[in-house]
Design a protein around this ligand. Structure first.
Ligand code: ZN
Ligand code: ZN
Length: 411
């Protein structure tokens, strides 16, 4: 009973893509059409009609979670996006390397971005060498692009109800974190952040990278400013809900992160880059291989969304054609017996808007339990006439439903 869920990010389009036709309608995709002819189609609102989804909230909804209940804000999910191994209950922060000057025992912010330094990765280890063990908590810091990074606090009795240490202006002291609610956890978390500010400054002050920057007349990255505290939600893993083994094949860190939170094992696939150049044959082969030992495999393909954000309809059409040839072509050659397959997108990204829009996305189901409909092609227009009608999110529960998995609701 293997099941395969394939999400082409930002797959949906609008008639404005190609003078009356969407990229998917204009592209040639014989393999997807073959699956459509044998399966059934419908239109999916990733979250609900009229809700413009982020990729993070859309994936939660597609996996069967209620994003209005479990989504705790961008802060937490951005941490997943830079590839940090975050767990439910962790407190996540966005971080900036900054330049501070010590005056009368206070750390005065000179530049909130430390001259947009590029050496964040070289300073990462020094930050992570700071100890917060006296508070009984662990933390993890990761530098990302330029002066940016993220910090994750892990331990008992922590709270996201704390104010930023980033004062959001220069010439003033690094802000003291304050509890935003009357709880011991919030008070304690604020105290930990204030200790961290001091200790991180001590660890960075004399760092060779900063000495070199100073010698070159550049601003040192000698402090970290934190903002946007958010708690990572505890998700009931799909592996537990359905009693299955699940794996994820993806290039983008955010998707790997959400999949890991949902209980999936993230497979490493060389060549899966999460952009337009990704090796789609390698991803198909990895999915086929994983289907031998996992009940469910989730594949995420990002290029469609990238082309949409670039405003490049030709590139989006070409990427859909390559995905059909290289991913679905490879898959169809060795389609496992009894496989149930779902192909869809996580939202619409029309090149004309260069952003996600609220339009529904075509969804295709294929497999021995799926009642075929009369639709013969895979497109937005065809999906509107498909036998599955229009529904919101929950692709994964539907796919696993065809595999007779999931408990009964009621007697
Ligand atoms: Zn997306
Ligand atoms: Zn996007």
């Amino acid at each position: 009973m293997p099941a395969l869920l394939v999400i082409l990010d930002g797959l949906g389009g609008r008639p404005t893509d190609f003078g009356g036709a969407t990229c998917l309608e204009r592209a040639s995709h014989p393999n997807l059409d073959e699956l459509a002819a044998q399966g059934a189609l419908g239109l999916m609102d990733p979250i609900a009609p009229g809700v413009r989804p982020g990729s993070d909230t859309a994936h939660l909804s597609i996996f069967g979670y209620d994003p209005f209940k479990v989504y705790t804000g961008r802060g937490a999910f951005e941490v997943l996006g830079i590839g940090m191994d975050v767990r439910g209950g962790d407190i996540c922060f966005r971080a900036n390397f900054a330049t501070v000057e010590e005056r009368d025992g206070k750390l005065i912010v000179v530049d909130r971005r430390a001259g947009r330094l590029e050496e964040g990765k070289l300073l990462e280890e020094a930050v992570n060498s700071v100890s917060l063990r006296d508070f009984g908590v662990e933390f993890f810091f990761r530098a990302s692009t330029e002066h940016r990074g993220a910090l994750v606090l892990r331990g008992e009795d922590l709270s996201a109800a704390v104010s930023d240490t980033d004062p959001h202006e220069v010439g003033v002291p690094v802000a003291e974190a304050k509890p935003l609610e009357e709880t011991e956890a919030a008070r304690r978390t604020a105290q930990i952040l204030n200790a961290f500010t001091r200790r991180a400054h001590e660890a960075l002050r004399e760092h060779p990278v900063n000495k070199k920057r100073l010698a070159e007349g550049k601003l040192p990255g000698n402090a970290l400013l934190l903002r946007g505290a958010a708690v990572m939600p505890h998700l009931v893993p799909v592996t537990e809900t359905y009693g299955i083994r699940a794996a994820c094949v993806a290039g983008g860190a955010l998707y790997k992160g959400v999949a890991r939170l949902a209980g999936m094992e993230v497979l490493s696939v060389p060549g899966a880059t999460g952009d337009l150049k990704t090796d789609l044959r390698a991803k198909a082969r990895a999915a086929l291989e994983a289907l031998r030992s996992f009940d469910l495999v989730f594949v995420h393909i990002k290029g469609t969304d990238n082309a949409g954000h670039d405003g490049d309809a030709e590139a989006k059409k070409a990427f859909i054609e390559r995905a059909d040839r290289e991913f679905f072509g490879t898959l169809l050659l060795e389609l496992p017996k009894g496989l149930h397959l779902c192909v869809s997108g996580d939202h619409t990204t029309p090149p004309a808007t260069r952003e996600h829009t609220a339009d529904p996305v075509p969804a295709l189901f294929f497999g021995p339990a799926v009642r075929p409909d009369r639709v013969r092609t895979f497109s937005e227009r065809a999906a509107g006439e498909g036998g599955l009608g229009r529904f919101s999110g929950r692709l994964l529960p539907q796919l696993l439903g065809y595999c007779d998995l999931g408990g009964k609701f009621g007697a």
